[in-house]
Design a protein around this ligand. Structure first.
Ligand code: EPU
Length: 440
C-alpha cells in the first residue's frame, strides 16, 4: 500500500546517527561480482529497494543471491550464469543495473542489456559507456531498445572520457579486469564509490591502480586469477550529508557515526561557510551543530571532489532558511531542480534561471502537502519539513525508500516527529486532481 510521511516540524534534531552502506557503491559491487565463477560476500549492505532490484537482476542472469537484511550482507554465487540478457522490466526500474553490461561482457564476452533511457533528473546518456567498451574491442549495436555487445576478446587500451562519468568509469573498469593487457581510463571519475569498486575488484584478484585520481590503470588478469572474497562496502556519504543538512536546518546538534569524513570535504567546507560547527571526533565520526544563524552560500555541483549533485537538493532546503541570498548552480544534470515547486509551496523563495537557482532565505518554512518527484528531491522535502512550522505530508515515498535505509527510524532517533501512514481514499482523490493540474 502507498504510504506518506507526516512530519511535525520545528524540532531541533539532536542525538547520534549511524550511517548505512553506500547505495551507489554496493550496487556496482554486486554487478562486478558477476566476473567471478565462484561465490563472494559483501557486507554493510543497506536494506533498500534498489538493492532488491539488483538482486533480481543478478538472479535473472542465473546467479544465486542470498540477501540477508538482518546481517546486512549479501552472498552472490555467479558460478553458473544462464543468461546474458538484462531485461527492460528490470533495467528500467533502476539505471545502476546497466553496470551488468561491463561485467557480462568481461566474463562471457557477450551481453544484451536494456537501454535505461532518460529519467526525471536528466537525459542521462550512455555514449561514454559504449565508446569505452568499443575501444576495448567489443562490437556494439543498439537494437529494439537493447545494447547488444559481443567480443572475441577484450584488449586493453586507453580510453579518454569527455566527462568524468561515474557509470562509464565503472562499466569500463569492470570489463577491463579480464581484458588482455592494460587499460587506462583517462579523465576518470574520482568518486569514493569508484575507489570502493577498485578495492573490491582487487580483493577479487583484479589489478587496478589509480582509482580516486583522474587516471585509472587496469592490468588485465585471467579468470583463474579471480577468487572469492569478503568485502565491506563504504558508508553512504550522501545519506550522511542529508542528515547533516537536516541537523543544520533545524539548528540542532548531532554526531554522525560510521562515515569517512574525507568523503565529505566539499560539504564540510560549505557547512563551515554557512556558520555550522564541525568537529571531527575520530576517523569515522563527526559532530555537527548550528546556532540560530545560517549564512547564505553559493554552491556549484561538480564531479568529486567538488560538491556532490546528490546533495544539492537537501542543501537547497537549508539555504531556503538561511540569512541572505544563495546561488546554486547545477552542472551535472539538466533537470535536478524539481524540488523547487514543492519548496515554494512550503514558503521558500527560490527562482530558477536555467541551471541556477537563486535562493532568498526566509525566516521559516511552513508545512504543506508535497510530493517527492525523485530520490534527492524527496530528501530535500524531508529536510524542509523537519525545519518547517506545522505539519508536512510527503507522498510518493517510494522515491525516498530507494536510497535512505530506515529513514523514519533514524530521524525519530534524532527526535523528529515523523510518522509513516497509509494513504487514504481522500489522498488518492487529491493526487488525481493534482496530477490533472500537472498535465494541464
Ligand atoms: N553522461 C553522458 N554520457 C555518458 C554518461 C554520462 O553524457 O555516457 C552525462 C549524464 O547525462 C549526466 C552526467 O554525465 O549528465 C553525469 O553522469 P554519471 O555517468 O557521472 O552519473 P551516473 O553514473 O549515471 C551516478 C549516481 C548518481 C549521481 C551521479 C553523479 C549511481 C547509481 N548513480 O550516476 O546518483 O548523481 O553518479 O555523481 O551511482 C542518486 O543517487 O540519486 C543519483 C542520481
Amino acid at each position: 500500500m502507498d504510504q506518506k510521511f507526516l512530519i511535525n516540524g520545528g524540532k531541533k534534531l539532536k542525538g547520534e546517527i549511524n550511517i548505512s552502506g553506500a547505495k551507489n557503491a554496493v550496487l556496482k559491487l554486486m554487478a562486478a561480482a558477476l566476473l567471478l565463477d565462484d561465490a563472494c560476500e559483501i557486507h554493510n549492505v543497506p536494506e533498500l529497494a534498489d538493492v532488491q532490484i539488483m538482486v533480481e537482476v543478478l538472479r535473472s542472469l542465473g546467479a544465486k543471491v542470498d540477501y540477508d537484511t538482518d546481517e546486512k550482507k549479501i552472498i552472490i554465487d555467479a558460478t553458473t550464469l544462464t543468461s546474458v540478457e538484462a531485461c527492460y522490466e528490470l533495467v528500467s526500474k533502476m539505471r545502476a543495473s546497466f553496470t551488468v553490461l561491463g561485467a557480462l561482457l568481461g566474463r562471457c564476452k557477450e551481453a544484451k542489456v536494456a537501454l535505461p533511457g532518460g529519467c526525471s533528473i536528466g537525459e542521462r546518456r550512455i555514449d561514454f559507456h559504449i565508446k569505452g567498451l568499443e575501444a576495448l574491442g567489443a562490437q556494439i549495436k543498439i537494437e529494439g531498445g537493447y545494447v547488444i555487445a559481443k567480443a572475441k576478446k577484450l584488449v586493453g587500451t586507453t580510453v579518454y572520457l569527455d566527462r568524468p562519468s561515474v557509470g562509464a568509469t565503472e562499466n569500463i573498469m569492470i570489463a577491463a579486469i579480464l581484458a588482455e593487457g592494460s587499460t587506462i581510463i583517462s579523465n576518470a571519475a574520482q568518486e569514493p564509490e569508484i575507489v570502493d569498486l577498485a578495492n573490491f575488484l582487487n580483493a577479487l584478484g583484479g589489478d587496478v591502480t589509480g582509482a580516486g585520481t583522474s587516471e585509472i590503470i587496469i592490468n588485465g588478469v585471467k579468470q583463474k586469477d579471480l577468487h572469492p572474497t569478503i568485502y565491506t562496502t563504504i558508508p553512504d556519504r550522501i545519506e550522511a550529508g542529508t542528515y547533516i543538512a537536516a541537523i543544520v536546518a533545524t539548528r540542532g546538534k548531532g554526531i554522525i557515526r560510521n562515515i569517512f569524513p574525507s568523503h565529505l570535504s566539499a560539504v564540510i567546507s560549505k557547512l563551515t561557510d554557512m556558520g555550522a560547527n564541525i568537529n571531527i571526533l575520530d576517523p569515522f565520526s563527526i559532530e555537527i551543530s548550528c546556532g540560530k544563524i545560517i549564512n547564505a552560500v553559493n554552491i556549484v555541483t561538480q564531479p568529486h571532489p567538488g560538491f556532490p549533485t546528490d546533495l544539492q537538493s537537501p542543501f537547497m532546503s537549508v539555504l531556503a532558511v538561511a540569512e541572505g541570498i544563495s546561488v546554486i548552480t547545477e552542472s551535472i544534470y539538466e533537470n535536478r531542480f524539481r524540488q523547487i515547486g514543492e519548496l515554494t509551496r512550503m514558503g521558500a523563495n527560490v527562482q530558477q534561471e536555467g541551471n541556477r537557482a537563486i535562493v532568498k532565505g526566509v525566516k521559516s518554512l511552513t508545512g504543506a502537502q508535497v510530493r517527492a518527484s525523485d530520490l534527492r528531491a524527496g530528501a530535500s522535502l524531508l529536510v524542509a519539513a523537519l525545519c518547517a512550522e506545522g505539519t508536512t505530508e510527503i507522498t510518493d515515498l517510494y522515491h525516498i525508500d530507494r536510497g535512505y535505509e530506515k529513514v523514519m527510524e533514524k530521524l525519530s532517533g534524532l527526535g523528529a516527529d515523523i510518522q509513516r501512514v497509509n494513504i487514504t481514499e481522500n489522498d488518492i482523490n487529491a493526487k488525481l486532481i493534482a496530477d490533472e493540474i500537472h498535465v494541464i
